[in-house]
Design a protein around this ligand. Structure first.
Ligand SMILES: [Zn+2]
Length: 479
């Protein structure tokens, strides 16, 4: 208990100090202390971050979150309740009301923090300093559910008074960072009828600047309509050779593997535009304007002109190519003067919709060109058809534009993989966006050290969710 409460008290003191520091100069009365917008959200996020939830240990943080949802008047439905698979819904109305449901999907789990020394403030402290909340999950994605909860809280009284035609649910799941097997897979296979989704908003796009070359300050928000799928591969190579590093044999395991991997690094992947990427470039081109915008809007027609620019931008390139990243290399434990007889490499491949695993593997096999390599698939995630933008897409875009008046909104193919495809494949319209405006520098802290989010971003993000809910809820005739 001591271990837990000490940091909690320290954190609350820091927060209180910050709240006090925000007394506006114009208010001279001691009793009119007005916290900055977003601070209540920040304090709650800080608390949630301090409940560590690395994949496989979600229950502790999940129970905390469920408790907060209950206190705020939401109805709970716990679907599964184990340490590594804690999945629940917190809804405006009980699920058995059968109302069509606007679902906000979020994952409780976070990735490991790495070395504690890499963090400016401890990864699970939830420290709030410099108008920023620090800690693992601050962007991926504990902030989302806290903002959604703050937005949904504003509807609880109205829901009690009016019998609204729609339900709204925070769907909180485990194991997103480990392919969704302990969370979204279970929910999408067993509990979808009970959830009765009209639409699901998950993670995916975000708002950032420095997207438009002609107007780098203009924010652009991406809403993902589909995702690439992951194909994780293991390459194993065993080769018997002499063992002393002082006399190199003509061939040995590490040399053979590196030479094959080298040919993968030299791949110049084919650029492919499908309907979604064409839609994405058409919208980006409109925002960009001018000649550049015109070229971007017609990527197929001007492919020779736009291809060079696309290849230089890793994010853009990843939306129109299949990618291969060599993430790990491992040999058996041995000294620097010993030649290992086996070596293993791991590849993280991300495939565009419509790419068949068999074709891709035979292409890779050809490139590796080494019969000593054994190739095996560790895991592959599901692809899905793209969500066709409907009313909810327009309402999301409108809400973003209301809160950030100069922002542009673009439908995109998400280059990474999330839980969203489980629900797309079950026939649910799914949009991937967390409506916060984040600098490039902060985006790079995702899955990295010093993950953090400004309080201001939390405030505006909450406002987008609140407006979206208001716009989504059809008018009811009050009795
Ligand atoms: Zn995430």
């Amino acid at each position: 208990m001591k271990i837990f409460f000490k940091p909690l008290i320290t954190r609350l003191l820091i927060v209180s100090a910050l709240l006090c520091a925000t007394v506006p100069a114009l208010s001279q009365k001691a009793d009119t202390v007005l916290p900055k917008p977003g601070y209540e959200t920040a304090v709650l996020l800080s608390e949630y971050i301090s409940h560590a939830s690395v994949s496989g240990t979600e229950k502790y943080a999940g129970e905390f979150l469920a408790g907060v949802c209950r206190e705020r008047g939401l109805h709970l439905r716990i679907f599964t309740d184990t340490v590594d698979s804690y999945n629940f819904a917190a809804s405006l109305y009980p699920l058995d009301s059968g109302k069509p449901n606007i679902i906000f999907l979020n994952h409780i789990d976070v990735v490991t923090p790495g070395e504690e020394s890499g963090w400016k403030y401890p990864a699970f402290s939830g420290t709030i300093v410099e108008d920023t909340v620090w800690g693992r999950g601050a962007i991926d994605m504990k902030q989302a559910v806290i903002m959604q909860l703050m937005a949904l809280s504003t509807m609880v009284d109205r829901a009690a008074a009016e019998d609204l035609p729609m339900n709204v649910t925070l769907l909180c799941v485990s194991g997103e960072e480990t392919y969704g097997l302990n969370g979204s897979k279970i929910i999408s296979e067993r509990y979808l009828p009970e959830l009765n989704p009209a639409v699901l908003i998950g993670e995916g796009g975000i708002g950032s600047r420095e997207v438009l070359t002609g107007d780098p300050q203009r924010p652009v928000f991406a809403i993902s309509l589909s995702e690439k799928r992951a194909l994780w591969l293991r390459l194993h190579l065993a080769y018997e050779s002499s063992g002393h590093g002082s006399v190199p044999p003509p061939d040995y395991a590490s040399k053979l593997m590196i030479s094959s991997l080298n040919s993968l690094t030299e791949i110049r992947p084919q650029i492919r535009f499908d309907d979604l990427s064409k839609l994405m470039f058409r919208n980006l081109g409109k925002l960009e304007g001018g000649l550049t915008g015109f070229l971007i809007s017609h990527p197929v027609l001007f492919k020779p002109l736009v291809a060079g620019g696309l290849r230089k931008n890793p994010l853009m390139a990843s939306t129109v190519t299949n990618t291969v990243t060599i993430t790990h290399l491992a040999t058996t434990e041995c000294g620097i003067n010993q030649i290992p007889q086996e070596i293993t490499a791991f590849l993280d491949c991300r495939l565009l919709p419509g790419t068949s695993t068999t074709h891709f593997l035979s292409y890779l096999w050809q490139k590796l060109d080494n019969s000593h390599i054994e190739l095996s698939v560790i895991e592959e995630t599901q692809g899905s058809d793209s969500t066709v933008p409907d009313r909810y897409y327009s309402l999301l875009a409108e809400s973003i534009e209301d809160v950030y008046p100069d922002a542009g909104v673009v439908p995109v193919l998400f280059p990474a993989t999330s839980d969203n495809n489980y629900f797309r494949n079950a026939g649910v319209p799914v949009y991937g966006v967390i409506p916060v405006l984040i600098s490039q520098q902060l985006l790079e802290t995702i899955h990295n050290y010093n993950e953090r989010i400004p309080v201001e971003a939390l405030h505006y993000g909450t406002e987008v969710y609140r407006l979206f809910l208001e716009k989504s809820m059809p008018d009811t005739d009050q009795p």
